[in-house]
Design a protein around this ligand. Structure first.
Ligand code: SF4
Ligand code: F3S
Ligand code: FES
Length: 232
C-alpha cells in the first residue's frame, strides 16, 4: 500500500512561514508513522528534522500532531489511520525546525513542581519502605514519559501558555501522594497559584492524547482536593 504523507515543514533559515510538503511512500506491514518519517529522511529528503530515540513508546521524544491528534509517532500504526496522513509539530510550542519544537518552557514548568523526593530525615540503613497500598496511591502517575502530548493538546494551555499544564500536575501528583515524601505542602502551594490547577477546565483533551493512558483529570482532581483540604 502507498500513502500520502503530508508533513508541515519549516526551516528557520529559509522560510518565513511553515508549509506542507507531501511524500508518496510505500507502507510495509506493521509500519508506524515513525518508520515512514525515518524512510523519508533516509531515502527522499535528508533535510527532514524530527526527534526520536527509543522507538518503543518509552522515551517520549516523538510526540507530534498526527491526523490532528497528538500521538507518539513510534506507537501509531499506519494501517490504523488511513492512506492520507498529516504530520505537524506539537501545537502551542515554538517550532525549532520541521517537527522539532522547543521544549524548554515545558521542562521549566516540570521543574517548577519539584519533581523529586523531598525528605530531610536521616537516610535509613536500607531503602525507605512503603506499603503496597501507599505505593498504589500514585502508581498511575509514575507512568508519565514527559512526552508533552497532554499539555500541548490542552485549550487552557493554548489560551494561557503560563498555565503549568497537565504534565507538570501529573508529575507533582507522583510525589505529593508518595508516603515517603515530605514536600507536598510546597508543591500544593505552587499549584494553587493563578497558573496552577484552577486553570484546568476539565476539557479532557489531555486524557485523549496521553499515550500512557494516565487518568490525568483524576490526578488533577486529587491535587485540587488536596489544596482545598489543606486550606481546610
Ligand atoms: Fe505524555 Fe501522558 Fe505524561 Fe502527559 S501525562 S506528558 S501525555 S505521558
Ligand atoms: Fe486541559 Fe486536560 Fe484540564 S485538556 S483543561 S488539563 S482536563
Ligand atoms: Fe521514544 Fe517514541 S521514540 S517514545
Amino acid at each position: 500500500m502507498n500513502v500520502d504523507l503530508r508533513i508541515l515543514r519549516f526551516d528557520p533559515e529559509k522560510d518565513t512561514e511553515p508549509h506542507w510538503q507531501t511524500y508518496q511512500i510505500e507502507v510495509r506491514p506493521m509500519d508506524k508513522v515513525l518508520d515512514l518519517l525515518i524512510r523519508v529522511k533516509g531515502e527522499q529528503d535528508g533535510s527532514l528534522s524530527f526527534r526520536r530515540s527509543c522507538g518503543h513508546g518509552i522515551c517520549g521524544s516523538d510526540a507530534m500532531l498526527i491526523n490532528n491528534r497528538n500521538r507518539l509517532a513510534c506507537k501509531t500504526r499506519v494501517d490504523q489511520i488511513g492512506k492520507k496522513i498529516s504530520v505537524a509539530p506539537l501545537p502551542g510550542l515554538p517550532v525549532v525546525r520541521d517537527l522539532v519544537v522547543d521544549m524548554s518552557g515545558f521542562f521549566t514548568k516540570y521543574r517548577s513542581v519539584k519533581p523529586y523526593l523531598i525528605n530531610d530525615e536521616p537516610e535509613p540503613e536500607r531503602e525507605r519502605l512503603q506499603t503496597q497500598k501507599d505505593r498504589a496511591r500514585f502508581d498511575d502517575t509514575t507512568k508519565c514519559i514527559l512526552c508533552a502530548a497532554c499539555t500541548t493538546a490542552c485549550p487552557s494551555f493554548w489560551a494561557r501558555p503560563e498555565y503549568v499544564g497537565p504534565a507538570a500536575i501529573v508529575q507533582a501528583h507522583r510525589f505529593i501522594f508518595d508516603s515517603r515524601d515530605e514536600g507536598a505542602n510546597e508543591r500544593l502551594e505552587i499549584l494553587s497559584d493563578e497558573n496552577g490547577v484552577w486553570r484546568c477546565r476539565t476539557i479532557f483533551n489531555c486524557v485523549d492524547a496521553c499515550p500512557r493512558g494516565i487518568n490525568i483529570t483524576g490526578a488533577i482532581l486529587d491535587v485540587s482536593k488536596a489544596i482545598v483540604a489543606r486550606r481546610g
